[in-house]
Design a protein around this ligand. Structure first.
Ligand SMILES: Cc1ncc(COP(=O)(O)O)c(C=O)c1O
Length: 473
């Protein structure tokens, strides 16, 4: 390696150690505005090259103030894991080794790491051992892969080869989905030509769980090929659909059950929470993430399909210059859409070994207990309402319980979120739930401690008191 290349790696390494050390004290917010970031990173198209070490120094100086504090213990926005150092170390090697993870022949060690990690994942998540696992960028693409397998198998059974002939003239495929499914499942349906509007939306309860009797009504009459999309972990409430009933109703009609379990499927790894996701093993496919509860670096998701042949037929790629493997070797390109892609097997294999069954269960259980602790303290404050039962790690909060109108409550809630973010102790985001604005809290970062949660709760309560006293202005 050139001296300059080595110096660039050393700069990155030294910075990474400092960044890791400051993990617990860093602001959860971005410190620089977009103008400052542009000023730091923009410039004319580079005509001549620059020393790699200097460029990496520039990158650190220019980009770090625009890095969101997602790896700290007081980040509760969206649903974002905290990139564990062990996964990062594996990911550095993945990059240094420059492996193209799509093919066994281009990256044999990754192919084997994926195969081993896939088996461990199925065991930990309590899913059928014969299932195949595709390593994707995240749950969005995992949903896409699983639904592609479902679409192709169901249409093939109806006498239509969608691989060869596309969807023009194909028998209609009925898709039933809970009314509170995640937005990206609708994206997956769009990508697959199934349409996000052409679905039957099934009513949900107050927590966003699919109503099994509404599904039963939707499944009466002549159906044809059918996919029912269920959910493990609603994005706002963490609620789980009734999988036993959904699987029974769907399978009676010859349909395919898919479960979007981006984070919620991990409840199955934790003995105290596993009952929440009971029955999910009866589904035909599952989407989940590594970059949420497993804390792998971004990006990493898993598409899991019970019928490995259907999975393979939907994703496989073949060309004369791509050597084929025998039956005993798993070639990653049969199970995910991209031919060239990141070798995600190493980070997953590493995180599963570093945490182990006990570590994952303990972390999931701890996050759920911390979410409950935070929600209970908030709910005890006058004027603050926690809108869901906190069974998992997600909850939504509304401020100004006695507000004169829903719009006033929305304005108060937005003001508390803004003030909490400005205080810089913790990061929480907002969103709409049941037509009203709410603060969304997701406890899913491995470094989060009880002290982090307590400091953050104090900060949110202080923001509320201030807004309540002074008004939203
Ligand atoms: C329930 C659910 N499904 C799907 C997704 C999309 O996952 P990703 O962002 O990994 O693509 C998310 C993301 O938060 C989610 O919570």
């Amino acid at each position: 390696m050139s001296d300059d290349g080595r110096a660039a790696l050393e700069r990155a390494y030294a910075h990474a150690l400092g960044f890791d050390e400051a993990r617990r004290s860093r602001s959860p917010n971005v410190l620089a505005g977009v103008e400052a970031l542009r000023a730091a990173l923009d410039g004319p198209t580079p005509e001549q090259g620059t020393s790699a070490a200097v460029v990496i120094d520039n990158l650190i100086r220019g980009a770090e103030p625009g890095v969101m504090g997602t790896t700290g213990g007081r980040f509760f926005g969206w649903v974002i894991g905290a990139s564990h150092p062990a996964g990062v170390a594996a990911d550095w090697l993945t990059s240094l080794w420059g492996q193209n993870g799509g093919s066994f022949y281009a990256a044999p060690a990754n192919a084997v790491a994926e195969q081993v990690a896939a088996r461990w994942l199925l065991d930990l998540l309590g899913l059928p051992p014969e299932s195949s696992v595709g390593f994707t960028t995240g749950a969005t693409m995992a949903n896409f892969v699983c639904l592609a397998a479902a679409r192709n198998k169901l249409l093939r059974e109806a006498g239509w080869d969608v691989e060869a002939d596309g969807l023009h003239g194909a028998p209609p495929l009925r898709v039933c989905i809970g009314d509170d499914a995640h937005a990206t499942v609708f994206s997956a349906l769009r990508y697959l030509g199934l349409g996000y509007r052409r679905v039957t939306r099934v009513a949900t309860d107050a927590a966003g769980r699919m109503d099994a009797s509404a599904l039963s009504d939707a499944l009466s009459g002549e159906l044809g090929p059918l996919v029912v999309i269920a959910q493990a972990g609603q994005i706002n409430t963490g609620a789980f659909d009734p999988f036993d009933e959904i699987a029974e109703l769907t399978h009676e009609c010859g349909g395919w059950v898919h479960v979007d379990g981006a984070f919620g499927l991990w409840a199955r790894t934790c003995p105290e929470r596993a009952a929440l996701a009971a029955g999910a093993e009866k589904a035909d496919s599952w989407a989940t993430d590594g970059h949420k509860w497993l804390q792998t670096p971004y990006d990493c998701g898993y598409a899991i399909v019970r019928d490995a042949q259907a999975h393979r037929e939907a994703m496989t790629v073949g060309a004369s210059y791509l050597p084929t493997t025998g039956e005993d070797i798993r070639d990653p390109l049969h199970f995910a859409p991209e031919l060239s892609r990141r070798a995600r097997g190493f980070a997953t294999w590493t995180m599963l070994r570093v945490l182990g069954r006990e570590g994952i269960a303990a972390m999931v259980g701890r996050h759920c207990a911390l979410a409950r602790r935070m929600a209970d303290r908030l709910a005890a404050e006058s004027g603050i309402e926690v809108l869901n039962d906190v069974e998992l790690n997600q909850f939504v909060v509304r401020f100004g319980a006695a507000a004169g109108s829903p719009e006033e409550g929305d304005a108060l809630t937005k003001a508390v979120i803004a003030r909490t973010q400005a205080a810089g102790v913790c990061y929480v985001g907002g969103g709409s739930w049941r037509e009203r604005w709410v603060m969304r809290v997701s406890v899913i970062s491995w470094p989060t401690t009880e002290a982090d949660v307590d400091m953050s709760t104090d900060s949110i309560i202080a923001a509320w008191r201030e807004v309540n006293e002074r008004g939203v202005g």
